[in-house]
Design a protein. Structure first.
Length: 433
């Protein structure tokens, strides 16, 4: 039995994954909707807003900036927008573990005529912020940071000028941060990506009434546009779905249905990869909501082959790579991941932590600077593994443990609450033993 209230959990082997579920709202969309709602005119009503701690950090920061919001007993979040000008905070704004909150909110704060400071927890305080500091400083904001361009950040905003910015590294968070700042700038702000990343920021801006022009990998918007509140339902988080889908992929007789799931083409690449690996996937009830595609995914187990993830696919699957790596030993051909150096500067060094934990379970892993190669056809045994406080590590190794021989103890398992409170309870309900 899994006890989610404990700091560690024990996962026992399973023989099948079956059932249906609807997931909490997508984190990426929840962050962006909440931030834009704060600077919109009127009230925004969000159903299925993410229950994760990261998205609660965004709401907490907004309250510190004078934005009133309320979460009802039905989970609906209502946010009363202040229009473009927020209130100067009276204390430091705490982003917790959320790099999304810090990076994207800094874009909005760059356009505010006051000074604010953003801090994070120990993990976030190790993550570099130069990627947003450089372009936002070019727009006219004054941003200072700790040694190594790491949090806390001190932002003195005000009059901004538009920029035409070719991004040196693909990052949807940085792209959204610059576009959000562009709302406060004189002229047209243009951002061009080296490879395509998730487009939730552009779609959210359009949903709130902004005009955003997309041409290839470039997005452009004019400053001084005013936003208006919306009523929206946040689609289920496809990054959270990855853990359940990968668990289903481990067993030939699995049958899993996930309803109301985000199907944005910039995020749904996981389904293509799992289908190529042998998981039988079908999508029904597809519809569009505020520019985002939503559908029901039905997954049936099959023989699990291998995969190679590289280039643009790596960028598109950056959040799902840890759990793909966690099931790699059970595939017939193994999994190779390249061009994923970004994993080293997430909540943990995810390349190193994945390699260490897989080896603890008895797997052979070739760790590389920008990825890893994990041979298939391996048999794993239960062991003690550590999430290192990283929510995706905790959940990924819960999946890996399902086909290991014996019990696996996951230390710091409570980190899963960062993105999915209640994960272990739902996970247990879908397992057959």
């Amino acid at each position: 039995m899994i006890h989610p209230s404990q700091s560690s959990v024990i996962i026992r082997p399973a023989r099948n994954v079956t059932g249906s579920l609807r997931l909490p709202g997508d984190k990426s969309i929840s962050h962006r909707y909440a931030m834009l709602a704060g600077i919109a005119e009127g009230t925004t009503r969000l159903e299925n807003y993410s229950t994760g701690m990261d998205c609660s950090s965004t709401l907490g920061c907004l309250r510190g900036l004078g934005v009133e919001w309320h979460r009802g007993v039905d989970g609906v979040v209502e946010i009363c927008g202040r229009g473009p000008m927020l209130k100067a905070p009276t204390e430091v704004l705490d982003c917790g573990n959320s790099g999304s909150t810090m990076r994207m909110l800094t874009g909005i704060l760059a356009g505010q005529e006051f000074t604010s400071e953003l801090l994070g927890d120990e993990s976030l305080s190790r993550r570099p912020m130069a990627r947003i500091m450089e372009p936002l400083s070019s727009m006219g904001a004054r941003i200072s940071a700790a040694v190594g361009d790491r949090p806390p950040l001190r932002i003195s905003g005000g009059h901004l000028r538009a920029i035409d910015y070719p991004m040196p590294v693909a990052s949807a968070q940085v792209k959204s941060s610059i576009l959000f700042a562009g709302l406060f700038a004189e002229g047209k702000t243009r951002v061009k990506e080296p490879i395509r990343t998730r487009d939730h920021g552009e779609l959210a801006l359009k949903a709130f009434g902004a005009e955003v022009k997309i041409a290839g990998r470039a997005a452009c918007l004019a400053g001084r546009q005013r936003l208006h509140g919306i009523n929206a339902t946040v689609p289920g988080d496809i990054s959270s779905a990855a853990f359940f889908l990968c668990a289903a992929a481990l067993f030939p007789d699995s049958q899993l249905t996930i309803s109301e799931l985000l199907m944005n083409p910039t995020r749904a690449g996981l389904l293509d990869v799992l289908a190529q690996m042998g998981l039988r996937i079908s999508v029904t009830q597809m519809e569009e909501r505020h520019g985002e595609l939503v559908g029901t995914v039905e997954a049936v187990g099959g023989k699990l082959r291998g995969a190679t993830v590289t280039g643009a696919d790596t960028a598109a699957l950056i959040d799902e790579l840890p759990v793909l790596a966690a099931i790699a030993p059970y595939t017939s051909q193994g999994i190779e991941i390249r061009d994923a150096r970004e994993l080293r500067v997430k909540e943990s060094d995810r390349i190193a932590v994945v390699a260490k934990n897989l080896r603890a379970l008895g797997a052979d892993v070739e760790e590389r600077e920008d990825g890893m190669r994990i041979p298939g056809g391996q048999s794993l045994h239960g062991a003690e593994v550590d999430s290192q406080g990283d929510h995706r590590m905790a959940m990924a190794f819960s999946v890996a443990a399902l086909r290991a021989q014996g019990e696996t103890r996951i230390l710091n398992a409570g980190a899963a609450d960062v993105s999915y409170p209640g994960f272990y309870r739902v996970f247990e309900q879908l397992l057959e033993r």
